[in-house]
Design a protein around this ligand. Structure first.
Ligand code: HEC
Ligand code: HEC
Ligand code: HEC
Ligand code: HEC
Ligand code: HEC
Length: 362
């Protein structure tokens, strides 16, 4: 009876793996809508990526395309559609890619996902009962390994370009058994399958939006900061205690172009303005020691680290600034945290301020 209903609605018909997210979304509406607004869904489509891809092909040769698409349009590489003729190839990190992963091997230099496109969809549910398609339980979906296949990467020079997985491995979160999913795919209200298709199971789904550095909420959770001031030898001493309290890896993690910036200002009532700054980031260079400042080069060319001031998982750091403000002069002190994404992004999307603390001192 249900099958007739499904066919009647034209939902199950014509599934030919790998299928587009749109087809999955006919039944998995809530998951589809969350995924649609994720960075994963934009991984191929975004202007930022396409510009970077073009530069990669210009600067590094046509072979670069395959390297970049392996993570940004993984279906395209797996089905040999590098010229992106099929819609599903444009969908970036899409449903049928992840749900066709059978296992992830950590034996080689880089993690490798074993992927098999078929009508059987693999997932985390042990007791899944689907009339839409066959399903298979796979443990890899509840483990960070599935994410490692794109969030851990050494380039051809053996340099760890992306190391989110290994940073996580050393974190307290990992030792407590928290996986990437615990913080990026927590459970939210929603139906796994549209109730018109199949009755709901407790109305909880794993969030597929994957909020990360582009989510103000995640950023606010991440940084804990306190501000204190003291006068010392005719100077104003400002102390900011900074903690990475919620990311199970370094902040920033991933791309070497991401930066966390702490900006401290002191404005005295007699009209003086002072400013100090700390930048948390990794600066990488090529074999000749030239700093790499664009996304495509920073993915392929790094051979060494020039400096690494990122906040490791669980790290606390004390930052001290001294300004020439004597005691008795009323001063407004302000600490602001910025997150800087990428120099290639349009200016309005390059950075965001997410935390400001201010105090008045005499
Ligand atoms: C015709 C409706 C329909 C379509 C289309 C559909 N699904 Fe499903 N799917 C279901 C139903 C029903 C379940 C069972 C849900 C449950 O057990 O609560 C399910 C379960 C799943 C599961 C859970 C499997 C497990 O064992 O954890 C995954 C993963 C999944 N679908 C992925 C997909 C993907 C990817 C697509 C697109 C290629 C897709 N589905 C298209 C109806 C559909
Ligand atoms: C097939 C490769 C692939 C897999 C598998 C994958 N990711 Fe990603 N992920 C990407 C790419 C590529 C981007 C960057 C997309 C962009 O901004 O262009 C990204 C971006 C992200 C972001 C960034 C959000 C932000 O705000 O910048 C988060 C968080 C994330 N992924 C978490 C995960 C988690 C958790 C898993 C495992 C459940 C996972 N990813 C699995 C490729 C992947
Ligand atoms: C980056 C890989 C990735 C992508 C892309 C992805 N999923 Fe998932 N999906 C997962 C993981 C991992 C889980 C299990 C999370 C957990 O159990 O902690 C999951 C769980 C599920 C489930 C089981 C129910 C639940 O809420 O746990 C369904 C159904 C599902 N996904 C469907 C989809 C559909 C439909 C899409 C596209 C709109 C999609 N997924 C895109 C990785 C992915
Ligand atoms: C204990 C919670 C927690 C765990 C575990 C965790 N993350 Fe995160 N992650 C966060 C928070 C909070 C942020 C936002 C701060 C930031 O952007 O650095 C974030 C940001 C990110 C970003 C955005 C990059 C950036 O710096 O802007 C990516 C990508 C990411 N996580 C991937 C992963 C992957 C992959 C794993 C597993 C190997 C993982 N995360 C494990 C909490 C967590
Ligand atoms: C091993 C997987 C992998 C490969 C290979 C890869 N990327 Fe990425 N890329 C990612 C992930 C994951 C992110 C998310 C950023 C983070 O972790 O901070 C990302 C982020 C980006 C961003 C920033 C997007 C944003 O929204 O901020 C650009 C641009 C980019 N990559 C371009 C490229 C280009 C061009 C290539 C090829 C030269 C490439 N990538 C190769 C995984 C990969």
């Amino acid at each position: 009876m249900l099958l007739c209903l499904l066919l009647g609605l034209g939902l199950a018909g014509g599934m030919e793996p790998p299928e587009t997210a749109e087809v999955c979304g006919r039944c998995h509406r809530a998951i589809h809508d969350a995924w649609r607004s994720s960075a994963h869904a934009q991984a191929m489509e975004s202007r930022l990526f396409q510009d970077a891809l073009e530069m990669a092909e210009t600067d590094l040769g046509p072979g670069a395309r395959r390297t970049c698409l392996a993570c940004h349009a993984p279906v395209a590489v797996r089905i040999g559609d590098l010229s992106l003729r099929r819609k599903v190839s444009w969908e970036g990190v899409t449903c049928d890619y992840c749900h066709s992963i059978q296992d992830v091997s950590m034996d080689g230099a880089n993690p490798v996902a074993k992927v098999q496109f078929s009508l059987v969809k693999s997932g985390p549910l042990k007791d899944s009962n689907s009339n839409g398609h066959a399903t298979a339980y796979s443990e890899v979906f509840t483990s960070s390994l599935i994410c490692a296949s794109c969030h851990e990467y050494k380039n051809a020079l053996g340099f760890p370009v992306l190391s989110t997985y290994s940073e996580w491995k050393k974190s307290r979160a990992a030792s407590e058994g928290k996986q990437c999913q615990s913080c990026h795919m927590y459970q939210v209200a929603g139906n796994v399958v549209d109730p018109r298709i199949q009755r709901s199971r407790g109305a909880q789904v794993n969030l597929h939006q994957m909020p990360g550095g582009h989510s103000i909420e995640q950023l606010n959770k991440t940084i804990g900061a306190t501000l204190s001031m003291a006068h010392e030898g005719g100077q104003l001493r400002v102390t900011v205690e900074v903690a990475n309290r919620a990311a199970g890896h370094s902040v920033p993690t991933g791309s070497a172009l991401r930066q966390l910036i702490l900006d401290v200002t002191a404005d005295s009532y007699d009209g003086q303005h002072f400013r100090g700054e700390r930048v948390y980031r990794r600066v990488v260079a090529d074999q000749q020691g030239m700093e790499l400042k664009s996304e495509h080069l920073a993915m392929v060319k790094p051979a060494k680290v020039i400096s690494d001031t990122r906040l490791a998982a669980d790290e606390k750091r004390t930052e001290v600034f001294t300004f020439p403000v004597p005691a008795g002069v009323q001063t407004q002190v302000k600490a602001t945290f910025w997150y800087y994404y990428s120099p290639t992004a349009p200016e309005s999307q390059q950075r965001v301020t997410f935390l400001t603390i201010q105090r008045l001192v005499k």
